[in-house]
Design a protein around this ligand. Sequence first.
Ligand code: DX5
Ligand code: ZN
Length: 222
Amino acid sequence: MKKNNVLISPSILAADFSKLGQEIIDIDKAGADWIHLDIMDGHFVPNLTIGPDVVSSLRKYTDKLFDVHLMTMPANNWLEPFAKAGADIITIHLEAEKDIKESLKIIKDLGLKAGISIKPSTSENILEKYIELCDLVLVMTVNPGFGGQKFINTQLKKIQNIKKMQKNMGITIDIEVDGGINKETSKLCIAAGANVLVAGNAIFSENVENYSSLINLLRNSN
Ligand code: DX5
Ligand code: ZN
């Protein structure tokens, strides 16, 4: 049952890749709000995951929103392929493109929601230039590249500052957090102002019959 407006976006990076279609069906039934798809190129991050063909083949298993987290450099050449594959939101990394306004415009022109993500080492102050052009800001609470890492506590202040920034500008956009989210860290992120929580291992390391209770635990944990 939903007790607040917090959305849960399970990251399939921690799912069983030999049965991704079934994992998506199961996570959809369990009450996931969005499906988080981590796209890694072995260059921007030291890991490789999936491309647009895999995303396209997963599209038929759910109507839930596909939340594509693009960890590629460059990013622009992948925007149209992932849009065609069925992405609803594409989030690019601020560190991965020179002209962020142009990248956001391409995403919007493709008819999608546009997000910007920042690594733990990137200051949130730079977002001031772009935040009005975004639908979402994704705060990385681990260094991007791998699931199962420890939450970096110093990022909580960043979430608070982004929340303040939007308030001062009179806008409301989604603030998503990604990395090391579990039943304890989810509380801290919600209290700091996040409204979308990505969780990989906290959900998929459990048996399928527990997916639903874990999603509710993360969502209602403040
Ligand atoms: C890391 C990815 C995350 C990752 C989170 O680069 O962006 O989405 O899957 O995994 P957990 O929740 O296990 O930290
Ligand atoms: Zn991610």
